[in-house]
Design a protein around this ligand. Structure first.
Ligand SMILES: C[S@@+](CC[C@H](N)C(=O)[O-])C[C@H]1O[C@@H](n2cnc3c(N)ncnc32)[C@H](O)[C@@H]1O
Length: 255
């Protein structure tokens, strides 16, 4: 279950890559726009305001996230799994921010999603590329310890299979499908404030599926130990807690 309040704690930092992605879109006057894994759809709403003549839709599997969506005349919402979603009308812009990486083996899904895009349309997405950062490695190491592995089972993936690819890999996937690809990466330096800032960040995302499988008492214990390790890895400095976050971006236009 997604928790919109936890997720929104770092709204500005989480929104920035979405708007950096949108900043690289070619000139478009779309009739149909879809945001896959739209979450609370406030970013989708920004697209609806930008193109008031377009029918804009947000697709997400979480009712909790969708319940927070703004109401706009040209913004529609659909609770669906993006893995088998099909549009009524081919989108001129199919966009996805920080969502595709939640689908195991999402690279196998990309050709199908790309195929849904209208002629001359654009498929644009951003995925985190920080799966070897200390925040993820420490979480993986803790949950692999015998006590926690007995409760949580083996990790869903080994260190050799990361949930997202490098920019060139996405370009190599999409170019042969008839797309002109602009792919790049950015490492943001988030300067977070307050105690346990990195723990608070991860509570809204990667820690969520782990804690949801533990009892209340176990979850508190797991979180306390993870928090202790995070404080060592990400000490507070004079500018706050430096949290480097790599992200991978793709804007692919049908040729
Ligand atoms: C990290 S949030 C990003 C939300 C929004 N795009 C943003 O940037 O604020 C990931 C979203 O993907 C959704 N999601 C994950 N797997 C999904 C799936 N298979 N189908 C549809 N939505 C999915 C989650 O429900 C969640 O709202």
């Amino acid at each position: 279950m997604w928790n919109p309040d936890l997720y929104r704690q770092f709204q500005a930092e989480r929104d920035r890559p979405f708007f950096d992605l949108v900043g690289q879109l070619p000139d478009l006057s779309p009739a149909h726009v879809t945001d896959l894994g739209c979450g609370t759809a406030h970013q989708t709403a920004a697209l609806a305001r930008r193109w008031p003549q377009a029918e804009v839709s947000g697709v997400d599997s979480s009712a909790e996230m969708l319940s927070q969506a703004p109401k706009l005349a040209n913004l529609g919402l659909m609770q669906a799994d993006l893995r088998n979603w099909t549009p009524a009308e081919a989108p001129d812009l199919l966009i996805s921010n920080a969502a595709l990486q939640w689908v195991p083996g999402h690279d196998r899904l990309i050709p199908r999603l790309a195929d849904l895009v209208a002629a001359d349309g654009v498929f644009a997405f951003q995925v985190p590329g920080n799966f070897t950062a200390p925040s993820h490695l420490l979480l993986g190491a803790l949950r692999s310890e015998p006590r926690w592995q007995a409760r949580l089972g083996p990790p869903e993936r080994g260190p050799e299979s990361l949930p997202s690819l490098d920019p060139l890999d996405y370009a190599d996937l999409l170019t042969p499908l008839g797309f002109r690809v602009n792919a790049w990466e950015t490492t943001y330096l988030h300067l977070l404030h307050g105690e346990d800032a990195v723990l608070n960040w991860v509570r809204g995302t990667a820690l969520r599926p782990v804690l949801s499988r533990l009892s209340g008492e176990e979850a508190a214990e797991f979180e306390a130990e993870y928090g202790r390790r995070l404080r060592q890895a990400y000490p507070q400095g004079p500018s706050g807690t430096a949290f480097a976050f790599r992200r991978v971006f793709v804007v692919a236009q049908r040729t």
